[in-house]
Design a binder for this molecule. Structure first.
Ligand SMILES: Nc1nc2c(c(=O)[nH]1)N[C@H]1C(S)=C(S)[C@@H](COP(=O)(O)O)O[C@H]1N2
Ligand SMILES: [Mo]
Length: 441
């Protein structure tokens, strides 16, 4: 209450300035935390920080929304104040659109568990897109309004006053000497005209602003282009690239079943983001092994050739990452987990199924009840092609109805255990209950 009265006691201009600088600082922090969060590579040793960082990013986002609310009652007066300054008005509209867009998409991503995946996907696209546009704009805004540039501008204006008339006007004003035999005088006059023409009408300040703009476009442009190309590509062109350049050497290649060869799902819609907490491992059929063991009657280990003899089925399903992106209608071919468990003979004491990645770091687990789901698959092919290295091949787990951190890549081991096991991300704060769209309290 006290502080609120204090706030209102300040002059309008002071309050605007305070909001402006708070907004700038929060934006800087949101940018830094947001960029770090978006770097897929920051998953290994720093993985544990992700959850904390995301929480921090959310708090900062909430702070920026509160700031918007603080500004809301001032907007009419502010708008009237700057009625003669078209640039400031344009800037204000643009910045408000950015902030509101970030806020709305951010809240959706924050509350993703209460939202349908398609909405999360759109929100992520909007959030990323606004960042691509907004952050370079904010940097440009900061440079072009910096005290340093403003000082340059003032110095120039002062200089212009000192040496009237301005160089360009001088060009027109220079009196060309009347016809004379004095060649030297003519030369001087001509040189003066050229010199005046050389004096650029572009001021130093606006030139620097232009340079800043161009540098920003060059710095951000290519990455932005790659982002938008990937985001708008519903055909999965990067998946095709991974398939074409697979670093695994698994021979013979698995023969797709008819449904898989025909890609009954019509081909995956969208691109996977490649996530790994280690280097991307590569595998060769010479050494690759797959095992099921623990509390089972018939533990087993297969080499690649033997593994390919296990009966496979085909399913079409969607793939949802907890960070908001999805790939739709993947045609997976593999061994249903249920079938594998039945063949191994799960013992009565077993309560959980633990999955081991060939990266030797990543694990996850399902309860036996969850593991009975018909669409959970030990997948070997996607869209009729061997799963490439980047996407977790030669063999990965697919749990379509749960967030994809349950879908262990480079799967090589299944163990039936009695005690609950928390997977790599669950230990670092992800929810062990990973059902897509479920409302976790
Ligand atoms: N071994 C391993 N499996 C993993 C992960 C990982 O980092 N390592 N990331 C999980 C997460 S969070 C997601 S969203 C998906 C991503 O699969 P993709 O890299 O094929 O897109 O894999 C899951 N399985
Ligand atoms: Mo994920």
């Amino acid at each position: 209450m006290e502080s609120k009265r204090g706030w209102l006691k300040q002059s309008f201009g002071k309050r605007l300035n305070a909001i402006h600088s708070w907004n700038a600082w929060i934006l800087v922090l949101l940018t830094v935390t947001g960029i770090v969060l978006s770097i897929g590579a920051i998953r290994g040793d720093l993985g544990g920080w992700r959850v904390t960082l995301k929480q921090l990013h959310i708090y900062l986002g909430v702070a920026s929304i509160l700031l918007l609310m603080l500004y809301a009652p001032m907007i009419r007066k502010h708008w009237r104040q700057i009625r003669t300054r078209r640039n400031q008005r344009a800037n204000l509209v643009f910045v408000l659109a950015l902030l509101i867009g970030w806020a709305v998409s951010g809240v959706i991503l924050w509350q993703f568990r209460h939202m349908p995946p398609a909405l999360n996907n759109t929100a992520l696209f909007v959030h990323d897109g606004l960042t691509w546009v907004g952050v370079p704009y904010a940097v440009y805004h900061a440079i072009s309004r910096s005290r340093w540039l403003k000082r340059q501008q003032r110095l120039e204006q002062a200089a212009a006053v000192v040496r009237p008339p301005a160089a360009s006007e001088a060009a027109a004003a220079i009196p060309v000497p009347a016809a004379t035999d004095d060649a030297a005088a003519e030369r001087t006059a001509a040189q003066a005209v050229i010199a005046a023409l050389k004096a650029s009408p572009i001021t130093r300040a606006s030139f620097l602003r232009l340079v800043a703009g161009v540098v920003l476009v060059i710095a951000v442009g290519p990455a932005f282009y790659r982002w938008i190309k990937g985001a708008l590509d519903t055909g999965g062109s990067s998946t095709a690239e991974y398939v074409a350049n697979d670093g695994n050497r698994m021979l013979p290649a698995p023969e797709p079943l008819p449904d898989s060869a025909a890609v009954v799902g019509g081909g995956a819609k969208g691109n996977f983001r490649i996530y790994t907490v280690t280097e991307i491992p590569s595998f060769s059929s010479d050494t690759w092994k797959f095992a099921i063991s623990g509390l089972v009657d018939r533990p087993n280990a297969w080499n690649w050739e033997q593994f390919l003899k296990l009966k496979r089925t085909v399913q079409v399903s969607d793939f949802h990452c907890v960070t908001g992106w999805s790939v739709y209608k993947c045609t997976w071919e593999g061994i249903p987990l249920k079938q594998m468990l039945e063949a191994a003979g799960v013992q009565a004491s077993a309560k959980y199924v633990k999955f081991y990645s060939g990266d030797k770091v990543y694990t996850d687990a399902l309860s036996l009840e969850q593991a009975g789901g018909d669409d959970i698959m030990v997948a070997v092919l996607m869209d009729g092609k061997p799963i490439p290295q980047q996407l977790g091949g030669p063999v990965r787990l697919i749990v379509p109805q749960m967030y994809a951190y349950k879908s262990v890549k480079w799967l090589q081991g299944i163990e039936l255990i009695e005690k609950e096991h928390l997977g790599y991300w669950e230990v670092r704060g992800y929810d062990n209950d990973a059902w897509v769209g479920s409302s976790n309290t």
